[in-house]
Design a binder for this molecule. Structure first.
Ligand SMILES: Nc1ncnc2c1ncn2[C@@H]1O[C@H](COP(=O)(O)OP(=O)(O)O)[C@@H](O)[C@H]1O
Ligand SMILES: [Mg+2]
Length: 415
């Protein structure tokens, strides 16, 4: 069926004459309605939000905000709106950037009428389709059928639980534990994704001997319009276990785009795709780490029996309490435990911190470090090994704690 609906258009260019020329070109087109004009990137965002057009004709070089940035922002807020870039440069690099920002088409200036009209028609039909799809999904959501996260709708597959593995001090085994916990929790019925939230110096993929071209940064730039297919494309699959991995950006200079809000949106989205989301965190309390802790159903606080590590765990728990964090979500995992050492026993640590020690993982340099060096999680091959047994104990406690927290919520509601 032909699309006879009118196509609404916004024209963006900093030069008045250019805007006027395009407007004149379009004024005799019965199916095209110019509903707004803007002189800058910032104005383009404002006018688009006010008019929700089908198509924005966007200039690139403008004084305050360039057209590529404006394209990205408009696409993030109004995913149905299609953007056609008009530029004097026909440089493929510009084109690539424009496409990455979410532009639908790219024309060189000045466009001839036929070229312009067919681009508007293609983009307009796409806009109508996407808007219809969104309206249908919205109707389904209102009927109670679907879940909604950050503006994107899709049926939730799981009511996933988020478990962060954290320590105020580095080098105590967080990544080792996150990787092996993910492997041990994972099954076909309850799939696991493990997330590297160490935006700048993440090293999780090394524990799985996997390399990636896509990472957290790719999801962050589209955090407001995620869809399951795109997320699947970005995730890695560990070849031997099937655990999914969300890698950190491979180089620190790629790390800046991830904000706390974006990270939270990503985690909320993953919860609907996976039964468990395991997050390996940074030992500092940067904003992404804070977002990870906020999104967590459970927080595994890793400590060793070294006095400074125990002291830090305790200070951290004090800090959480001071901030009103629900400390009932926290449990301690003692790693690198050596019973010959007389420093701090698990009982003593539970006593000092007033927090459950859910698992004690022995020091084992014959198994753990060589496994890391080879990039294979130790657990699948060594299920009866004491440290693996420790991980299984941890999982039993995690499952029990999830039930306890659920029950506490029910009780609180009944009060
Ligand atoms: N239980 C353990 N026994 C022996 N070595 C361990 C144990 N847990 C972790 N390690 C080793 O300690 C080092 C730091 O571990 P890692 O998981 O990278 O810590 P973090 O993520 O907290 O910085 C690695 O070399 C790892 O192999
Ligand atoms: Mg680590």
């Amino acid at each position: 069926m032909a699309d006879t609906e009118k196509i609404t258009v916004v024209i963006v260019d900093d030069i008045a004459e250019t805007r006027e020329n395009i407007r004149k070109l379009l004024q005799f087109e019965p199916n095209v309605d110019v509903v707004g004009v803007a002189r800058s990137g910032a104005e383009a965002i404002k006018v688009s939000a006010e008019t929700n057009p089908d198509v924005v004709l966007m200039d690139i070089n403008m004084p305050d905000m360039d057209g590529i940035t404006a394209t990205e922002r408009i696409r993030a807020r109004l995913p149905g709106v299609q953007i056609v870039i008009l530029s004097v440069q026909s440089d493929p690099n510009y084109m690539r950037q424009a496409m990455l920002a979410g532009a639908r088409d790219f024309l060189t200036k000045p466009p001839d009428l036929d070229e312009l009209l067919s681009a508007i028609k293609r983009a307009g039909e796409m806009a109508h389709q996407e808007k219809r799809k969104a309206a249908n999904t919205l109707a389904a959501v209102q009927a109670g059928g679907l879940g909604t996260v950050s503006g994107t709708f899709f049926p939730a597959r799981y009511d996933g639980k988020v478990i962060s593995v954290y320590s105020p001090k580095g080098g105590v085994g967080c990544t080792t534990i996150a990787a092996n916990l993910a492997v041990a929790l994972h099954s076909e019925e309850s799939p696991v994704v493990v997330v590297d939230s160490r935006v700048q110096f993440g090293d999780l993929t090394f524990f799985f001997n996997e390399q990636t071209k896509t990472d957290l940064g790719d999801l962050a730039t589209r955090a407001e319009e995620l869809d399951p297919d795109f997320v699947e494309e970005v995730l890695l699959t560990h070849s031997t276990t099937g655990v999914r991995i969300l890698a950190a950006p491979p180089r620190p200079e790629r790390a800046d785009p991830v904000s706390a809000t974006q990270f939270s949106m990503i985690v909320q989205f993953l919860k609907r795709m996976f039964a468990y989301v395991v997050i390996d965190t940074n030992s500092g309390l940067d904003e992404v780490t804070q977002a990870a802790l906020d999104e967590s159903d459970l927080l595994a606080l890793v400590t060793t029996q070294d006095i400074p590590s125990v002291k830090n765990a305790r200070l951290f728990l004090d800090l959480l309490t001071a901030y009103g964090y629900p400390v009932e979500r926290v449990f301690i995992v003692m790693n690198m435990f050596d019973k010959r050492r007389t420093t701090a026993s698990p009982e003593r640590i539970a006593d000092i911190t007033k927090t459950e020690v859910a698992a004690v993982l022995p020091f084992d340099d014959r198994l753990v470090t060589p496994a890391m060096d080879r990039g294979v999680p130790f657990l699948p091959e060594n299920k009866t090994h004491p440290i693996s047994k420790g991980i299984f104990v941890m999982i039993r406690r995690i499952k029990a704690k999830i039930e306890e927290l659920k029950q506490a919520e029910v009780d609180a509601r009944e009060l």
